[in-house]
Design a protein around this ligand. Structure first.
Ligand code: GDP
Ligand code: MG
Length: 198
């Protein structure tokens, strides 16, 4: 998928979004920026799916563990980055299977970084105002780690185009993904937009 205008990203509305009736509000933000939905479904995931999803990025466990070591250093009881990352994975398996989730593919120019910008950083407490996590969630590392649970941050979004393609293959078959044009793509991308007068 080399055409930047057709970049794809995978978004999951986590169980807390559904419970808090944020589905419409969140999708509205993606639609209004110009992204196109090419697949969408509600799923009750099992722990296996959740594990496959997070381990689609082979270094994910280590990366999360390293972040925890950097943030908490001394409090990690001599555990390795892998072990700390694995503990978060176990917490995510509980969280992501707690209720239905909504999985979707969004397509458009720079969809991966654009969606991450709209979603905000991992910890809602420090996510920027105006982002989905910053505007709708109050959770923090302190609160979540203190209770031994995954951060409840409403939404997942792929971190890189490669991660997106691997995640899409986990959640969707090719016949569930629709290729179509919208009328507004002319305004967003067509070089002949300067030629619309009669
Ligand atoms: P994301 O890409 O912003 O979702 O963040 P990551 O890929 O690093 O982590 C995946 C998910 O694991 C996050 O969205 C959180 O739900 C959870 N998580 C990540 N880091 C931590 C942590 O240090 N503590 C807890 N409790 N949860 C975490
Ligand atoms: Mg991630």
């Amino acid at each position: 998928m080399d055409d930047i205008r057709r970049q794809r990203t995978l978004v999951i509305l986590k169980p807390d979004s559904i419970q808090r009736a944020l589905v419409g509000e969140i999708i509205r933000r993606f639609e209004r920026v110009g992204l196109k939905l090419t697949a969408l479904k509600m799923v009750v995931a099992d722990a296996d799916m959740v594990e496959q999803h997070y381990l689609a990025e082979p270094t994910w466990r280590e990366q999360v563990g390293k972040k925890i070591l950097e943030n908490k250093g001394g409090e990690s009881d001599g555990k390795t980055a892998e072990e700390l990352g694995d503990a978060v994975l176990q917490q995510l398996k509980r969280f992501m299977t707690a209720g239905p989730i909504i999985v979707m593919i969004l397509e458009g120019a720079g969809a991966v970084p654009l969606v991450r910008k709209l979603v905000g950083s991992t910890e809602p407490l420090s996510s920027d105002v105006g982002t989905i996590r910053g505007d709708f969630v109050l959770d923090s590392y302190q609160l979540a780690d203190g209770s031994g649970r995954a951060i409840r941050n409403a939404i997942h979004a792929s971190g890189t185009p490669e991660e997106a393609e691997r995640e899409i293959a986990i959640w969707f078959t090719s016949d569930e993904i629709v290729s179509y044009q919208t009328v507004y793509e002319h305004i967003l991308y067509d070089v002949n937009f300067d030629n619309d007068l009669d």
